[in-house]
Design a protein around this ligand. Structure first.
Ligand code: SAH
Ligand code: SF4
Length: 369
């Protein structure tokens, strides 16, 4: 990794100070921000309206990098998966999801991007590919927000050769890729603030969702943040017995603590949270388990997002039959809980977090970093 700080880790205030020291007019900072976030620049040479000498000064003081696409899987109108190589050779992934499948006859150009926050994950949930090889390192803010910029750059290059500012492709961000965002809180929040800022990504805070496996201190910290990001909890079990079996984080932050933190968050923010619940055959998909889940959801005024498990090579877990998934959803709805069931096709292209990276590392036998 370059020893220089990446320019996208540097906020406008610090840039203004730096430019003043260099006796550059204030509007140059605006031009630079435009190159960084609207034009998604990958090199100083592209910044044609900045004087060459200034570009040289910038290059001496800052690194300028975007994640490099190593593999792209999928097609238009389907889930598309990007495997990125970072400057130190680490691999992370993002998943681009069309907002409005062609199903409704109305081709939408709005997309959700699912982004990663760490290389690997230390939390070791038993069903998840991201934690299989452990945790390697935290991503820096520019590597987190760079996933959004790199996808948009890829899109503008294929639509207009990258010459013009293609309209925003991504209007929704979910922090549900590899890694536990609450374990890399400061860098994740810096990245999200930049993606939200009018001078940066310009993506509304309500269009940005953070997901956590239940890291209670992070939830409490987020409750104090003035920005209105959304929160999702990867619950996957409504009793300690089930969560203990599949999510080691529950031993540190058991359900009672997690529920209290969620209640605090909801009261403090006046906002609804979402409970994510993967359905795993023989583990948590019995309709009897919908009873404690419904109680919890009602207590927190939360909605429930049911996701049939995506098989991970080498792990023993299976998704339940589709009819069992529907029965579970119905058991929640009959108790007055808002529940959605995503029977997505994403597993065809390894859409679940961590799977593409894992497979690529094994196939290519890339040096482990
Ligand atoms: N670490 C955070 C953010 C990652 S979110 C968290 O766990 O919330 C990734 C989501 O995908 C989580 O809800 C996770 O439980 C889920 N997931 C992981 N492996 C999966 C799989 N094989 N099939 C379906 N969902 C999976
Ligand atoms: Fe980490 Fe989330 Fe996967 Fe658990 S589900 S191992 S916390 S990425």
């Amino acid at each position: 990794m370059s020893a220089l700080p990446d320019i996208r880790n540097t906020g406008p205030e610090a840039l203004r100070t730096h430019f003043q020291e260099w006796r550059q007019p204030a509007y140059r900072v605006e031009q630079l921000l435009h190159w960084l976030y609207a034009r998604r620049a990958a090199s100083w040479d592209e910044m044609s309206n900045l004087p060459r000498a200034l570009r040289g000064q910038l290059a001496a003081a800052y690194a300028l990098t975007l994640p490099q696409a190593l593999r792209i899987q999928g097609a238009d109108d389907t889930t598309r998966k990007f495997l990125w190589r970072l400057t130190d050779g680490s691999l992370v992934e993002s998943v681009l999801i069309p907002a409005n499948p062609a199903l409704y006859g109305d081709r939408s150009d709005r997309h959700t991007l699912c982004i990663s926050t760490q290389v690997g994950c230390a939390y070791g949930c038993r069903f998840c590919a991201s934690g299989l090889d452990g945790w390697k390192r935290n991503l820096q803010a520019h590597e987190i927000l760079g996933q959004v910029l790199a996808v948009e750059r890829w899109n503008s290059e294929r639509t207009d050769g990258g010459r013009i500012e293609a309209p925003r492709l991504i209007n929704n961000i979910v922090v549900m890729g590899m890694g536990e965002p609450m374990a890399n809180y400061a860098q994740v929040m810096d990245a999200l603030r930049t993606l939200n800022a009018p001078w940066g990504g310009g993506i509304g805070a309500r269009k940005i969702t953070l997901s956590t496996s239940g890291v209670v201190p992070g939830i409490r910290k987020l409750a104090e943040d003035p920005l209105q990001f959304r929160l999702a909890i990867s619950l996957h079990g409504a009793t300690d017995e089930v969560r203990d079996q599949i999510m080691p984080v529950n031993r540190k932050h058991p359900l009672a603590d997690l529920t209290a933190a969620c209640r605090h968050y909801v009261e403090r923010k006046g906002k609804m949270i979402t409970l994510e619940y993967i359905l795993i055959a023989g583990v948590n998909a019995d309709p009897a388990q919908a009873v404690p889940l419904a109680t919890l959801a009602q207590e927190l005024h939360a909605k429930v997002n049911l996701i049939p498990y995506n098989r991970v090579e080498g792990l023993p877990w299976e998704r339940p039959a589709e009819s069992d998934c529907h029965a579970f959803a119905e058991a929640l709805r009959s108790r007055g809980v808002t529940a959605t069931l995503r029977l997505e096709k994403g597993h065809d292209i390894d859409a679940a977090c961590g799977q593409l990276r894992l497979r690529t590392e094994r196939e290519l036998s890339l040096p482990q970093v």
